[in-house]
Design a binder for this molecule. Structure first.
Ligand SMILES: [Cu+2]
Length: 416
């Protein structure tokens, strides 16, 4: 971003472990009684473990555009610029109406762009990386000249002004479309018959002997299956029909859910007290649950206000609670929807959603995976699609592993 008085900076925030990921998984997790959340050894800012980092700001800079990424394995990241507001203008690649916050919380995988006025110098930034108990706290400067103040923060991260670990799903509103109108809520009203819905309940299966036998450890299950199971038998949905995804956290932990290939609208999001959400006669109870009440209120809010729900690809979902997301399935193929804590994916937490091509697409054109493998074939039976898809999946995975192996070798030689 080359503009007078504006300086663009990238800040990656992550948790850190002394051992390699696979060793951590093997030594701490993947055996009977193994943990779901291995101990963090530290946190990194732009790949560095040291506190007291400094981002140099050019003298004529008026504002810094900060690209924030939680690139970590597990920890939610908190960021605060002391005495300043951060103006959020982007969430996971979606431009939003500017919204000022004092403290920002980033789930694993989330990206934000914020603008910080830099008329004061230097600016002290405070970062907290959430671990099981408390936060790993770090500070860094953004400074035009040599900073002279003391880089100290003796309070608790939770005491930062504006500290909020939930999602600002009503505040961070995407910019209107090119014609100036707000983008409507997908699927619009409730019980829209053009809409399809899946409900995903996830829980950590502690006492499941079959799982322990199959995987050698306890696993997370979504509707009774692990992500490894879903690789074999994905959840099938139709293309071209709004998909409402209800995610219910039956465990007590906060998990950052991430969807591949799509940005979802966040229609409703529960907090701990709200419990899980049952819709459309799923529950025999006659009383309306707190979750259901919240969902209906949120739906009415979007319809009446005409506002656009926060749109992104990653959100934190609080334990013992729920989220309702909507997407427009318009990219036939297999897409992962999973917890972005890498330890939890290894432990099975996620699903594969298969977007089937529209019937008209099936007869007129072949899906992408078929085109790439059999350009002249006109067959489109499900069996052929599955076979061809598997072939291309194997190719993609082989190339991926080849690249990762080469990278590992390079990294190994650099480090040794
Ligand atoms: Cu998780």
């Amino acid at each position: 971003m080359e503009q007078e008085g504006i300086q663009e900076e990238y800040v990656t925030l992550s948790d850190w472990y002394e051992d390699w990921n696979l060793d951590v998984a093997r030594d701490k997790m993947m055996f009977p009684g193994g943990t779901t959340d291995p101990h963090m050894d530290g946190s990194l800012i732009n790949g560095y473990e040291d506190d007291q980092l400094e981002i140099k700001i050019k003298p004529d800079t008026k504002a810094v555009v900060l690209r924030l990424v939680n690139s970590g394995m597990a920890g939610t990241q908190i960021i605060h610029a002391e005495g300043k507001h951060m103006v959020v203008i982007e969430t996971d690649g979606i431009l939003v109406k500017p919204y000022a916050v004092e403290t920002l919380s980033l789930a694993v995988g989330q990206r934000y762009t914020v603008i910080i006025d830099i008329s004061d110098d230097p600016i002290k930034l405070i970062n907290g990386c959430n671990k099981m108990m408390g936060y790993i706290t770090k500070m860094f400067w953004m400074a035009k000249s040599q900073p002279t103040g003391e880089l100290r923060f003796d309070r608790n991260i939770k005491d930062l002004p504006g500290f909020y670990r939930g999602e600002l799903y009503k505040e961070l509103e995407p910019l209107p479309s090119a014609d100036g109108n707000n983008i409507k809520i997908l699927g619009d009203r409730e019980n829209n018959e053009d809409m399809q819905r899946i409900t995903l309940d996830y829980v950590y299966a502690r006492d499941d002997d079959d799982v322990r036998q199959k995987y050698g450890t306890e696993m997370y299950k979504v509707n009774g299956k692990t992500i490894q199971d879903y690789m074999e038998s994905p959840i099938e949905v139709e293309s071209g029909k709004t998909l409402e995804i209800v995610i219910n956290a039956l465990d007590h932990m906060r998990h950052p859910w991430h969807m591949h290939g799509h940005q979802f609208q966040v229609i409703s999001l529960g907090e701990k007290r709200d419990g899980t959400l049952r819709l459309g006669g799923e529950d025999e109870e006659t009383t309306v649950s707190d979750a259901e009440k919240k969902y209906h209120e949120d739906l009415q809010y979007w319809i009446k206000s005409g506002k656009t729900p926060m749109t992104r690809d990653s959100i934190n979902i609080e334990g013992g609670s729920f989220a309702v997301l909507r997407i427009e399935p318009n990219r036939p193929g297999d897409w992962l929807l999973h917890c972005h804590v890498e330890w939890h994916v290894a432990k099975g937490l996620g699903v594969v959603i298969r977007e089937l091509p529209k019937p008209s697409q099936q007869s007129q054109q072949q899906p992408q995976w078929q085109q790439s493998n059999e350009p002249s074939s006109q067959t489109n039976s499900n069996e052929t699609m599955t076979k061809d898809f598997s072939t291309s999946k194997v190719k993609v995975l082989s190339i991926y592993f080849l690249i990762m192996s080469i990278l590992d070798v390079i990294l190994y030689w650099i480090i040794i």
